[in-house]
Design a protein around this ligand. Sequence first.
Ligand SMILES: NC(=O)c1ccc[n+]([C@@H]2O[C@H](COP(=O)([O-])OP(=O)(O)OC[C@H]3O[C@@H](n4cnc5c(N)ncnc54)[C@H](OP(=O)(O)O)[C@@H]3O)[C@@H](O)[C@H]2O)c1
Length: 327
Amino acid sequence: LRVGFYGFGAISRYIARVVLERGWEITGAVDISPRLIGRDIGFLLGIEKYGVKVTSSPDTLRGSDVVFHATGSWLDRVFDQLVTLARLRVDVVSTCETLAYPYYRYPEIAEKLDREAKSNNVTIVGAGINPGFVLDVLPVVVSASLSSIERVYAVRSLDASKRRKPFQHKVGIGMNPSEYVERLKRRELTGHVGYAESIYLIGRALGVSFTKVEEGQEPLVAEEHIIIGDVEIEKGLVKGIRGYGYGYVDGERIVTLELYAYAGAEEYEEIVVEGSGYTIKWRSTGTPGDIGTASVVVNLAETVHEHEPGLVTVVDLLPFRPRFKKL
Ligand SMILES: NC(=O)c1ccc[n+]([C@@H]2O[C@H](COP(=O)([O-])OP(=O)(O)OC[C@H]3O[C@@H](n4cnc5c(N)ncnc54)[C@H](OP(=O)(O)O)[C@@H]3O)[C@@H](O)[C@H]2O)c1
């Protein structure tokens, strides 16, 4: 494949390494950061010169089979970038969390983007490790071995000290708890974005229209001085977050998602699907989030062009259609 990058920050660089391992060609890399513009991507990846420099001009991405887009979490803020890519007639796999299920927070923007994608004959999909895999795709896949489902529960717990610096920053590591809560409110920091998106992705795959969806998150505070690798957190400062998403039908909670992302957390994912007759419990020893995100989007990129043009969600690409008992 010939692939381009819109945004060449931390996650794009993980993606680029996987792309090069596959033997794919990198056509171009676009970013606005003065720290990156003009620099050879090979040097930024810590390997030899590649012969492609980061530029501010998206036009350099024309002719790519797929562009990986990784600049931001809020669809309203990245909408123009995605339209630019659609008009360059390239398929897009984006790590923008709110694009994973855009119809919840941004229904009008989603419709506009779908029209742009269709009129330019391209496919646009939002994915990543979460949202886009562990708390939505994976529960749907686990549900596929049950004849009918009554309740879905999924939890992801990860050690934030092992994640890239932008991730540690967004989960508030080392900040004063009240300042962190204020910065979350002002959308200067995101925490995790995508609890509701994952809930709606599960609903879409399982054919459920939720009557209510709730989401929230709160900082977790270090109860003692923490030193893990190069991460040091004083007692009383933020060590990470706990967050949740709940999906209800007629007052009954049928989907529960939880995320723990803090320094020192045990790493695992657990998915419990209660079915009619039996329950399946699946548990992992954790999924490294950064290389996991890079792998998910690279593994999608090869097939994304096979799908109908338009805005699609990652669960639309799954072959399974598990169903709830009462629906
Ligand atoms: N779905 C998932 O599972 C998942 C997983 C990982 C990451 N993500 C999301 O993916 C996004 C990227 O993550 P990251 O860690 O790579 O962040 P990052 O290191 O901050 O990289 C983003 C890059 O995009 C650049 N940028 C910002 N606005 C731009 C624009 N208008 N045009 C061109 N470039 C622009 C930034 O430049 P400046 O630094 O100058 O702003 C930066 O170099 C984040 O929103 C993150 O939350 C999602």
